[in-house]
Design a protein around this ligand. Structure first.
Ligand SMILES: NC(=O)C1=CN([C@@H]2O[C@H](COP(=O)(O)OP(=O)(O)OC[C@H]3O[C@@H](n4cnc5c(N)ncnc54)[C@H](O)[C@@H]3O)[C@@H](O)[C@H]2O)[C@@H](O)CC1
Ligand SMILES: [K+]
Length: 246
């Protein structure tokens, strides 16, 4: 199912965008107006971490959290969230699909995470790791075909695990434009999508949908022809969205 728009609890209508439009928003932010990738990823990671703390309630900070990260921007956002959770005293374990493939901003996020002294485990260690909450940061909007390799292994592990899953941007394995999963995919309890909702987020696998403000000014959206409601983030840096049954 795809949605052309979503609604906030305040009744605001938020237009849904395609993956192509989202890439263009990213490009204009990174190449022209800002915020840069570090700034956007920091807002994404901090926002994701705050939802995890809220979801754990009085089990925070002792409850074990496992963050599963891929090697792209989605993984970078997950590693950033893991650092925020570790900085706040959380019981965090980070697992990366292919650590040797990390580069650029995601690699810098890992270096920063390592400075917290919190745990990094391997895919092989997964079955020895306890988890009360899983963070799915394996694949985002650059999903290309059915998940394969270590990414698919992490998705399958999450699918078998009883703990609730918070997905970053899109449940891994779901196409953010069509909402279709070409292969294995995560069924999220909550999804924190970034900047603007994608048309593919009207899918069962999304769970409760949140939109995170990652600090992008309106002019960036305007250059892609997108108008977001001015009061969209008045209630806070993360607002709940529901598909508009129009
Ligand atoms: N403005 C925004 O919306 C921002 C988005 N960010 C995040 O960046 C993500 C997009 O980042 P990227 O474009 O780097 O891509 P992704 O992080 O979505 O995934 C790319 C990685 O997954 C691998 N991959 C793709 N399809 C696969 C498959 N079928 N099986 C196994 N591996 C596969 C690719 O080789 C690549 O390493 C977004 O989803 C979002 O989470 C952040 O970077 C912050 C800014
Ligand atoms: K994801």
């Amino acid at each position: 199912m795809t949605a052309s728009s979503f609604r906030t609890d305040a009744g605001l209508v938020v237009p849904a965008i395609t993956t192509t439009q989202m890439r263009e928003v990213d490009r204009i932010a990174i190449d022209e107006l800002g915020p840069n990738l570090y700034q956007m990823m920091e807002n994404a990671g901090g926002n994701l971490a705050s939802l995890c703390v809220e979801l754990l309630g009085d089990r925070w900070p002792s409850a074990p959290i496992v963050v599963l990260a891929g090697t792209g921007g989605n993984g970078g956002g997950g590693i950033c969230a893991a650092r925020h959770l570790a900085n706040r005293g959380g019981n965090v374990t980070l697992v990366i699909s292919n650590p040797s493939h990390l580069k650029g901003v995601p690699a810098d996020q890992l270096a920063l995470y390592r400075a917290t002294g919190a745990r990094v485990a391997t895919v092989a260690d997964l079955d020895t790791v306890d988890a009360d909450l899983l963070v799915d940061a394996v694949l985002g909007y650059s999903l290309d075909g059915a998940p394969h390799g270590a990414a698919a292994e992490l998705i399958r592990w999450m699918s078998r695990h009883p703990a609730p899953v918070v997905s970053l941007d899109i449940p891994s394995g779901v196409d953010s434009t069509t909402g279709v999963a070409p292969g294995a995919h995560v069924s999220a309890t909550h999804t924190v999508t970034l900047a603007a909702p994608k048309t593919g987020l009207d899918a069962e696998a999304v769970g409760t949908l949140w939109l995170a403000d990652i600090g992008i000014p309106r002019e960036v959206y305007r250059r892609v022809g997108i108008e977001l409601p001015p009061a969209l983030f008045a209630p806070g840096y993360r607002v709940q969205l529901r598909a508009s049954k129009t």
